[in-house]
Every structure is written in structure tokens, then in C-alpha cells.
Design a protein around this ligand. Structure first.
Ligand SMILES: Nc1ncnc2c1ncn2[C@@H]1O[C@H](COP(=O)(O)OP(=O)(O)O)[C@@H](O)[C@H]1O
Ligand SMILES: [Mg+2]
Length: 306
């Protein structure tokens, strides 16, 4: 198997303003992972744990404080020439959370799909481009007639996200990063979109980095899962193994069930209070600096913390 994306000991420190002074904040505290062709890794954790920062560093939108990122063996920092940067940008494509916000309301679907092709595949003729666009629409299962002449507001949320996906695939990336791609979609269509991601990864041998706060969805898409908290990966392994045998208390917290609805309101309140206290304790513990990973099983590792 070929490693497409490799991230080693990545750190990111932000300067944040607090009143009059600036304080440094460690958003990423040494994360490492890799993604192979035809494989999906889920990066799971609650809001603020550093998921989008990781994505931004990989796409080169901002520099890392330390650590390394490489795509197919080429380190991101060595992209001095414009041509190299273009190749990198083409290899890594991203789909964002808000399918509406990332489309231009004054432009048709056709425009959105033509643009990346004009930019990165300028050798294509007009007819070839149209062929390519139609193939893309088919691939993301956007089969409605006249879809190309529609504007974003004329599409459903699911259709918009499919347009975003088609646009990302237009330049034939080797890595696709999807940052909470279904969190703004209706529950009823989330699963369809997730299945599409899985299908594409399998058919195209894409490497997929699937970012989500919802660990339950990881199992529909991802072969492997990394659980993040406070800028560290606290547990990682095969998705099935990790979900069925969670070892780190924070992973267990993410997986813990909702309160039992058959109990009385008073009992539920007490239960919730208990749960909240326990959750606070777990979060506090999970923030501690990591020392090393303990192997729990084949392809299943847990962070040991100070
Ligand atoms: N440009 C920035 N400047 C300062 N702090 C930032 C910046 N971007 C993100 N952060 C902080 O880094 C942490 C991680 O953010 P983010 O990666 O967006 O989390 P997630 O995507 O997991 O919700 C948050 O505490 C956020 O406030
Ligand atoms: Mg985010």
C-alpha cells in the first residue's frame, strides 16, 4: 500500500489576544498519522480540539509551528516553485462543512465545475471539458436534468454538497479532506452522502481524511479512526476495533449513550448532573501532556498521559 499523506509530530501555536496582552495557545500538540490510497481516516473530536487546524495545515493554508507534512513523499515545506505548489494544491482537495457558503450564489453549477478544470486542466478542449463535467456529475450521483444551469439556491442541501464534492474531484486529487461535510445536512440524507464518500474512496483509490465531531458516523466511512482532544490524538486504530473496544476515557465519553428516557424527570436530572461531573473530570484528565502510545491490540493504540 502506498502512503499518500503523512503527518509527523505536528504542532501549531496561535497567538491569541487576551485583553491587552497576547497569550500563546497550543492548538496542536504533536499529532501524527498517515493515510494510504483507497483508505479513509476519521479525525474525531468535539469542537475546538484542532480538527480544522489540522486540515488547514495540510492544505497549506497556514504554516505549522513544527512537525512535517508530506504528500506522496514530497514535504510541504519544499514547495518553493509555483509549479510545485500547483501540483500540491491539485493533489489535496477539500470539502467544507457549509455547502452553501462555499458556492458562489451568482454562478451556475456549470461555472463551479468548469473553473477548476480551466485552472488545472487547461489542455482540455471545450468538448472534453463538458465530457469531464458530465462524468463528474454521474460520479456524485447528480442526475437531475438541467442541473448545470442551476444556481446554488435552486438546489437542495444534499445537491449542493454533491456539487462541492464534484468540484473537489474535478482535478483528480489523490487526497480528499472533508471537514464535517454532512453536519449541516438533514439527518435523512447524511447517510447517503457518507456512503458516496466511501464509494468514491474505494472506486478512485482516494485517500480520505474525514473530519467529524460525530464518532458514530466514522463507521460508515472510515477504515481507521483517530480520536482528538485538546490538540492531541488520544486513541487511534481500526474504526471497528476502536468503537467496539474503546480504551481511552475520552473515547468512551464520546461513545457514551444518551440518558435512559424511561426514567423519571428527577432521576434523569440527577443522572445528567452525574454525567456532567464525570465528563468534566475526563476532559481535565485528557488535556494532560501525552508521553507515549501504548499498543492495546493490532492497529489500536492509546495515549498514556502524565
Ligand atoms: N487563526 C486562529 N487564531 C487563534 N486561535 C485559533 C485560530 N484558529 C483556531 N484557533 C483555536 O484553535 C483551537 C482549535 O480550533 P479548530 O481547529 O478550528 O477546532 P475544531 O475544528 O476541532 O473545532 C480552538 O481553540 C480555536 O479557537
Ligand atoms: Mg472545525
Amino acid at each position: 500500500m502506498s502512503v499518500l499523506l503523512s503527518v509527523q509530530n505536528l504542532h501549531k501555536t496561535f497567538l491569541q489576544r487576551q485583553g491587552l496582552k497576547q497569550v500563546s495557545f497550543d492548538a496542536l500538540r504533536g499529532i501524527s498519522f498517515s493515510v494510504e490510497a483507497g483508505q479513509a481516516l476519521a479525525l474525531v473530536g468535539e469542537s475546538g480540539c484542532g480538527k480544522s487546524t489540522t486540515a488547514r495545515l495540510i492544505t497549506g493554508m497556514m504554516p505549522a509551528s513544527s512537525g512535517s507534512i508530506s504528500i506522496q513523499g514530497t514535504p510541504l515545506v519544499n514547495l518553493k516553485k509555483r509549479r510545485q505548489r500547483m501540483i500540491y494544491r491539485r493533489a489535496v482537495q477539500m470539502v467544507f462543512q457549509d455547502p452553501f457558503g462555499s458556492l458562489n450564489p451568482t454562478r451556475t453549477v456549470r461555472h463551479h465545475l468548469e473553473r477548476p478544470l480551466r485552472l488545472h486542466r487547461s489542455e482540455l478542449s471545450k468538448v472534453q471539458r463538458l465530457h469531464r463535467i458530465n462524468a463528474l456529475l454521474e460520479r456524485v450521483e447528480l442526475t437531475e436534468t438541467d442541473i448545470l444551469s442551476k444556481y446554488p439556491h435552486q438546489l437542495s442541501g444534499g445537491q449542493r454538497q454533491r456539487v462541492n464534492l464534484a468540484r473537489a474531484l474535478a482535478v483528480e486529487p489523490s487526497i480528499l479532506i472533508a471537514d464535517e461535510p454532512t453536519s449541516m445536512l438533514d439527518v435523512s440524507i447524511r447517510l447517503d452522502v457518507l456512503k458516496l464518500f466511501r464509494q468514491l474512496k474505494e472506486q478512485q483509490q482516494l485517500g480520505l481524511l474525514y473530519i467529524t465531531h460525530d464518532i458514530a458516523t466514522a463507521q460508515y466511512v472510515a477504515d481507521e479512526t483517530a480520536v482528538m482532544y485538546s490538540g492531541q490524538i488520544v486513541e487511534f486504530g481500526s474504526t471497528e476495533q476502536l468503537i467496539n473496544h474503546p480504551q481511552h476515557p475520552y473515547t468512551r465519553l464520546l461513545l457514551s449513550s444518551v440518558p435512559d428516557p424511561t426514567r423519571s424527570y428527577q432521576a434523569l436530572l440527577e443522572q445528567e448532573e452525574d454525567f456532567r461531573h464525570q465528563a468534566d473530570r475526563i476532559r481535565q484528565f485528557s488535556r494532560r501532556p501525552g508521553k507515549e502510545y501504548r499498543k492495546h491490540a493490532d492497529n489500536h493504540f492509546v495515549l498514556l498521559q502524565e
